[in-house]
Each structure stands twice: as C-alpha cells, then as structure tokens.
Design a protein around this ligand. Structure first.
Ligand SMILES: C[S@@+](CC[C@H](N)C(=O)[O-])C[C@H]1O[C@@H](n2cnc3c(N)ncnc32)[C@H](O)[C@@H]1O
Length: 209
C-alpha cells in the first residue's frame, strides 16, 4: 500500500511561502536537526501554529541549545585522587545568552564550513509561545559510548554520554491563546545579519489521517 506525498521546496525563513502551504491543513509539522542551521527561526515558529489543525503538534530536534551550540568547549581533565587516576569530561559554556552565527564544521573533514546559529532556549521558544504554542514534551539525548561515525575519536560526543548533545521538543497548539508576553527581549533574527544563506526545506503536504 503506497502513500502519496506532495513535495514542496520552500525557504523555511520565508513566512509567506510557509503560510501558502495551507493554513489549518496539517496534523503535524516536523523539523529534524535543521533549526540551528537556519538564518532565522522566528518565521517558522510564528507560522507553524497557523499551519496546524487544532490540537496539532510541532516536533523538532536541534543541537542542544545549552551544551552543543554557540560558545562551548569539551573539557577533558585527569587528576590523581588518592593514587587513582580519575578522568572528568565536561562542557564549558560562555556567552550563552548571546545569539550568534558562526562558521564551523558539523562533521570532521567536511569540505565546506557552514554557519551554526546559536539561540538561547528561551529566545528560541518565545515566538512559538507568542504564536499560541505550549510546550508539550521535550527529551534530551546524549550519544551512548561507541555510537556514531566519530566513535573512537578523542573528540566525539560518544565520549560524553551524560551530556546531551541534542534536544527534541514537542509543541502543541494551545486551546486558549494567551496574548504575547510584553517582556522586551532580544530577537534571534539578529543572527541573520551574518552572511548565512538560507537553503531549502522539504515540507510534507497535508495528509489524511
Ligand atoms: C543538519 S541538516 C539536517 C538534514 C536532515 N533533516 C537530516 O536530519 O538529516 C540541516 C538542514 O537544514 C536545512 N536548512 C537550512 N536552512 C534552511 C532554510 N532556510 N529553509 C529550509 N531548510 C533549511 C538544510 O538544507 C539542511 O538540509
């Protein structure tokens, strides 16, 4: 039994193109490991609630906004504790609250660098809450030892299994929409002043349930 898919390619930073996919037509919006590579996330956060039917969900995974985003370093230390060599693996973080866009690599050896956009978690979710989403669930994932293509390398997330490198979030359209918070805040779209280019998204068409 085949499933018919209607494939569209749109820039997920373009609010109008996203709305044109069909307001109130979708049961779910899914984004897998893409938001941190996008020049702006606010348009998608704002629009996703309009694309969904009542009760619809927006599920996305991202590099963990605290431990694997913006300014961070792996820290590997060893100390003699009473004659026993004890190793500690940690992550050092600085300037967390500052949105940023910086060139870097996602995979060792990749031929071209790409921008990584850092948005503190509260700022990432604010436009979604303002648009009428509520946080329904989230999970933090570390890489189990031995997992992944970089396993065995000294610098690999699989050496830090108890520090989550990825975050998965489920947002739900709220039954009642509270007015956006009046609290002034920096916007993560400030990141788009970088020369980061937006690319494309394959959006699923409305599906029957
Ligand atoms: C790390 S890859 C993840 C790809 C895929 N979802 C996966 O899990 O393998 C990030 C993706 O974000 C997409 N992307 C970046 N900016 C985008 C934008 N403005 N609109 C749509 N997609 C974008 C890129 O095309 C790229 O495919």
């Amino acid at each position: 039994m085949g499933v018919e898919l209607d494939l569209h390619e749109v820039d997920a930073t373009g609010e109008e193109a996203l709305v044109a996919l069909g307001e109130g037509q979708f049961d779910a919006v899914v984004s897998n490991m893409a938001l941190m590579d996008m020049a702006e996330v606010e348009p998608l956060m704002r629009v996703a609630t309009r694309l969904l039917r009542p009760g619809g969900r927006f599920v996305f995974s991202i590099s963990h906004p605290v431990f694997n985003s913006g300014h961070w370093q792996w820290v590997h230390e060893a100390e003699d504790r009473g004659g026993e060599l004890v190793e500690t693996r940690a992550v050092k973080i600085w300037d967390y609250l500052q949105p940023s866009a910086e060139l870097g690599i996602g995979i060792v050896g990749q031929p071209v660098q790409r921008f990584h956009m850092h948005c503190p978690f509260g700022l990432l979710l604010k436009p979604a809450f303002d648009a009428g989403f509520v946080l329904d669930a989230f999970e933090e994932h570390g890489s189990p030892p031995g997992m992944g293509s970089t396993s065995g390398r000294p610098h690999s997330w699989s050496n830090y299994p108890l520090i989550p490198s990825a975050l998965i979030v489920r947002l739900k359209r709220a039954a009642q929409h509270w007015p956006p918070s009046r609290r002034p805040s920096t916007s993560c779209s400030a990141r788009s002043t970088s020369s980061a280019k937006s690319i494309s998204v394959h959006a699923r068409s409305p599906t029957s349930t």
